[in-house]
Design a protein around this ligand. Structure first.
Ligand code: DQA
Length: 148
């Protein structure tokens, strides 16, 4: 069975109350439920994680090796700064999709830079919580293509 890790970075635990004009009112727990519903519908395994700590995110990426077939990563602000997270993705040889709730390219210039994009198979941004399902669909299709 295909299994996908959905990993969320700093400040995403505050979704629902954090800048709702930018990120909406859906909480991370709501998103986790959405992803669990998608998993039940598709038969694909989904594990869900969040950390505010760069090293802990890196540990979870390393631990995905041999356990999951792909990673959907909303690295939050670490997207724009973390060479270490980029290296972690590059090191585990798993496909990763970069995800953002907001359209980072319509925002401040510093959000236009992404280290994750350099090692991702693709990027989804600007579709709010629905983007998680879009990313899961895209990753499942990608992994299925690789297996055939
Ligand atoms: C975000 C976009 C990032 O620029 C920001 O730092 C976040 C959230 C998003 O999901 O839109 O924390 O990743």
């Amino acid at each position: 069975m295909t299994s996908i890790l959905v990993l969320n970075g700093p400040n995403l635990n505050l979704l629902g109350t954090r800048q709702p004009e930018v990120y909406g009112t859906t909480t991370l727990a709501d998103i986790e439920k959405l992803c669990a519903g998608w998993a039940a519908d598709t038969g694909c395994g989904v594990a869900f994680g969040q950390s505010n700590h760069e090293g802990h995110l890196i540990d979870q990426i390393h631990a995905a090796r041999g356990v999951h077939d792909g990673i959907v990563l909303n690295a939050g602000a670490y997207t724009h700064s973390s060479i270490a997270l980029m290296d972690a993705i590059a090191s585990v040889d798993l496909p990763a999709i970069e995800l953002h709730l907001s359209n980072v390219h319509a925002r401040e210039d510093f959000r236009h830079v992404s280290y994750i994009a350099k090692v991702a198979i693709g990027i989804i941004c600007g579709f709010g919580a629905r983007g998680y399902i879009m990313a899961l669909d895209a990753m499942l299709a990608h992994v299925s293509d690789q297996k055939t």
